[in-house]
Design a protein around this ligand. Sequence first.
Ligand SMILES: [Zn+2]
Length: 235
Amino acid sequence: MAPPSSPPPPPTVSRPDWPVPTLKLRIDDLSHPGIKLFFDNVDPIRVMHDAAVAVFRWLYVTTDKAPKHVQSILLVLRPMDGVARPKEIHFACQHIVNCTDRCADEIRGVLVHEVVHCFQYNGQGACPGGLVEGVADWVRLCSGFVPPHWKPGGERWDAGYHVTAYFLQWLTERYGEGTVPEINELMRDAPYDEHIFKTVTGRKIGKLWKLYNEQLGGGGGGDGVVSTCSDPPET
Ligand SMILES: [Zn+2]
């Protein structure tokens, strides 16, 4: 399969017709060293706007398909365990410090992942958590913010995060750019059913995972988790 760096760079040009919600920022501890790093490395409005546009571009493709129900997104920079949580996006200041040498890309990548949760469909709450997280990391992968520890492979297709993201990218290379947006769309108005993979690709999920692993040479891998997320958003 293609190397992880193959997707094109993220869109950075503002499209006035994308339904970008009101973007808000709250800082809970101004003295935390992660706050200075954040502002030294990214422009808050730009990075949140770009994250929203990346989700629309990769997951919804056209402006008419982009969800309009999200009124605002609040980014909270605060001391906390983990990295971030969806809906209100709570970003752990210490995580920025822990990634000092590459924190601009890490901030952008985490925010793209979390903004996906604000907009993605979840099969009326029945979508497996691994697929929810996999779609979020797939958009991050497409946007080019790939952490150094990510690599293709893993134990299960729904292991989540980058394991599922690379699998979704392989599906995209094999069945076309609309593959993941179609899977997402099929979870908009109906409960999740794994048959959606057969609807979109013509093959069952088990067969797809087998083919993927054959192509990888049966490789394992897939360690590590980038962000800790709680339940997907209710849409
Ligand atoms: Zn997540």
